[in-house]
Design a protein around this ligand. Structure first.
Ligand code: UDP
Length: 149
């Protein structure tokens, strides 16, 4: 089982999409093992998006992600990283496949509603940035016998 970091970005929160987005991951079968709302500081934003420092969209990206509260999630499941990425769709919502979260709800790359880790390594780094060890909850779900064979 793998874990990934997913976040409803400030536009998703403002547009009342928190429930819709969480619901999609829940219905898929991914298990929520961490969940909280927070207002990201500039320092945390710059660390989270450190790989993009120096790019033209870096400052607007930090402004955007700190512009209002976000909902942070730790999701667990089979191939959780790639599964969540596929459900989100391409970075540019106009290029994202219809039916994906970004393809369904987004218009602009700088307002693409949701974040998801792009590799197992990024997931570990991002989960550690956003969740203290005690905030990731291990538990069993009886329904897992109906989700996994
Ligand atoms: N972004 C942007 N303009 C760009 C590229 C990226 O505003 O030209 C933003 C966008 O919000 C994206 C985030 O920066 O989600 C991180 O970019 P990345 O390439 O890592 O895409 P992601 O992994 O989020 O699909």
């Amino acid at each position: 089982m793998e874990r990934t970091y997913v976040m409803v970005k400030p536009d998703g929160v403002q547009r009342n999409l928190i429930g819709e987005i969480i619901s999609r991951f829940e219905k898929k079968g991914l298990k929520i093992v961490g969940l909280k709302m927070l207002h990201i500081s500039r320092e945390l934003a710059e660390r989270h998006y450190g790989e993009h420092r120096g790019k033209p969209f870096f400052e607007p990206l930090v402004d955007y992600i700190t512009s209002g509260p976000v909902v942070a999630m730790a999701l667990e499941g089979k191939d959780a990283v790639s599964t969540a990425r596929e459900m989100m769709g391409a970075t540019n919502p106009l290029k994202a496949a219809q039916g994906t979260i970004r393809g369904t709800f987004g218009m602009d790359i700088g307002r693409n509603v949701v974040h998801g880790s792009d590799s197992v390594e990024s997931a570990a780094r991002e989960l550690a940035l956003f969740f203290a060890p005690g905030e990731i909850i291990e538990y069993k779900r009886d329904i897992d016998n109906w989700i996994y064979e």
